[in-house]
Design a protein around this ligand. Structure first.
Ligand SMILES: Nc1ncnc2c1ncn2[C@@H]1O[C@H](COP(=O)(O)OP(=O)(O)O)[C@@H](O)[C@H]1O
Ligand SMILES: [Mg+2]
Length: 508
């Protein structure tokens, strides 16, 4: 006696169809799960056995074999509990699966009492069902809203295994999930650090606005206590929320990582991740024997804030080079190669030397030239070249510190950023990128056209500062954003001149 149902498994953000077959034969009592299961899948045996018993149904006392096909694909996590239970009950003829249920997808973790727990990775599965040619989905009730973000699916929210058994028998049907308007809580626009409360540092604030308007990477260098961390954190409140398409992209990642709060099925606030410098390479870029997304992927479409950049191990920082360029990370393991999206904006801070005062005009620096060189070398040239805006954050003098004048607020700046982003959205309407920092190098000259005098200025700067081709492109893109902030379609001399200020290496 055997039966088969469908389930699905994610490898990276790609979902694969898994056939869950159960076979019951009349030899001695045994229960096997085969098909490359990990520990959590193997432990399904205990959960499924108890859940079936707690639904007042007999668990087979003979040999039960469950096969998860294709056999060469690794299966992880507890989401196979539900399809395994259904396949066993169908093989034992305790339920009869109609054709449409055989063409459905089952996912869910079982508790010992038979109730269903939410699982990770539902949104990536739901969004690939069309490709897998499946319409019907049985899943834990707590995951229904998440799957409901995808149009055109028949979703059946299940609270308890007993409820599903009654439904499959046709005794008491489960009501199909009906979409209600999303109530999104905890993501209201609350300003935590208002730029208004940060004194002075007008040039750094200006660079922050540019960074936020076009999603350009930025490095702030200055002595301790000058407000670098504070300024970077203020950026969080400056960013416009995600568009719906971006929200879906980000929510899929958080769903896969199991970081989606149940009460909040859609992430609308731009991610702001600030991993500590003791984080491992895998935690930062993703990986593990079954590759999981790292911080750079969790920061997709948002900010990756690396405070005290030189404190991060150099090898870890070098891993950022590919994603900074391509907007994705490829994680290769013996069994699989997985790609995760990683289009983040890097915001970093650094002291100029171990004591912190090498760039201070008044306070003497206590480091030797060797120490300064060694410290600054921790940030490699190739990494520095990928950082669009490099700004000095000087120590505030007494007058600036005690100044009571109210400067521009976060709200004013957010509005400027919004307008600049609307211009970009219009310009890139039918193109594969969204913001100025993403313009493809082949198209830069088309979108960042310069007049004669701006071009002459840039040519002089290339020779004088020995700028790389990458720097040249970055200056053009920053100039584009500066022009957008001024709502100017043409890039003018003053825009290029300002952009050039942010590319003069402060670190030697
Ligand atoms: N420009 C500023 N305006 C107001 N307070 C500031 C400013 N810069 C620094 N501070 C104060 O100093 C503290 C330390 O700043 P922080 O950003 O942590 O410095 P850094 O990261 O450069 O070492 C802040 O929490 C804040 O209280
Ligand atoms: Mg700091």
């Amino acid at each position: 006696m055997s039966a088969k149902v469908f389930s699905a498994s994610n490898i990276g953000l790609t979902s694969h169809l898994i056939e869950v077959e159960a076979d019951i034969s009349s030899s001695t009592t045994a229960f096997f799960i085969v098909g490359l299961p990990d520990a959590a899948v193997t432990e399904a045996k205990e959960r499924v056995r108890s859940a079936i018993k707690n639904c007042d149904l007999p668990f087979p006392r003979t040999k039960v074999t469950v096969n998860l096909a294709p056999a060469d694909l690794k299966k992880v996590g507890p989401s196979f509990d539900l399809p395994i239970a259904v396949a066993i009950l169908a093989a034992k003829k305790l339920i009869k699966l109609e054709n449409k249920d055989q063409q459905s997808l089952f996912i869910g973790e079982l508790s010992l009492d038979g109730s269903l727990r939410p699982v990770a990775g539902v949104l990536p599965i739901a969004s690939s069902l069309e490709k897998l040619k499946i319409k019907r989905l049985y899943l834990p009730a707590a995951n229904a809203q998440e799957a409901g973000l995808i149009e055109g699916l028949e979703i059946f929210p299940v609270k308890h295994l007993r409820q599903l058994i009654d439904h499959l028998k046709g005794e008491q049907l489960i009501a199909r999930f009906k979409k209600s308007p999303l109530k999104i809580t905890g993501q209201e626009n609350k300003t935590i650090i208002d730029l208004n409360h940060i004194k002075g540092q007008e040039q750094v604030k200006r660079a922050l606005i540019i960074a936020a308007a076009g999603y350009h990477n930025m490095l702030m260098i200055g002595p301790p206590g000058s407000g670098k961390t504070l300024l970077a954190k203020a950026l969080r409140d400056l960013l416009p929320p995600l568009s719906f398409a971006e929200s879906l992209e980000v929510t899929k990642i958080y769903s896969l990582a199991g970081l989606l709060p149940p009460a909040q099925p859609l992430i609308i606030a731009r991610p702001f991740r600030s991993p500590h410098h003791t984080s491992s390479g895998i935690a930062l870029v993703g990986g593990g024997s079954f590759p999981k997304p790292g911080e750079i992927t969790l920061a997709h479409r948002g900010i990756l804030f690396l405070d005290e950049l030189p404190e991060f191990p150099r090898a870890v920082l070098e891993n950022l080079r590919q994603p900074l360029e391509d907007g994705l990370i490829t994680v290769s393991r013996a069994s699989t190669t997985v790609q995760f999206p990683a289009r983040f904006t890097l915001i970093a801070t650094a002291n100029p030397c171990p004591c912190g005062y090498a760039t201070d005009l008044e306070k003497p620096c206590r480091c030797s030239p060797m120490q300064i060189q060694k410290y600054q070398k921790k940030i490699s040239g190739p990494l520095l070249d990928r950082i669009d805006l490099q700004v000095a954050v000087p120590r505030l003098n007494m007058r600036e510190l005690t100044d009571k004048k109210i400067t521009t607020t976060t709200k004013n700046f957010s509005e400027q950023i919004k307008i600049a982003q609307e211009k970009q959205a219009e310009r890139f309407k039918n193109l594969p990128w969204l913001y100025n920092s993403e313009i493809d190098h082949k198209k830069i000259e088309e979108f960042c056209r310069l007049d004669m005098e701006s071009e002459q200025l840039l040519k002089t700067a290339i020779v004088k500062f020995q700028l790389s081709a990458r720097s040249y492109h970055k200056i053009l893109k920053i100039s584009r954003t500066i022009a957008d902030l001024e709502q100017s379609e043409a890039i003018k001399l003053q825009h290029v001149a300002e952009a050039l200020q942010y590319r003069q290496n402060i670190l030697q």
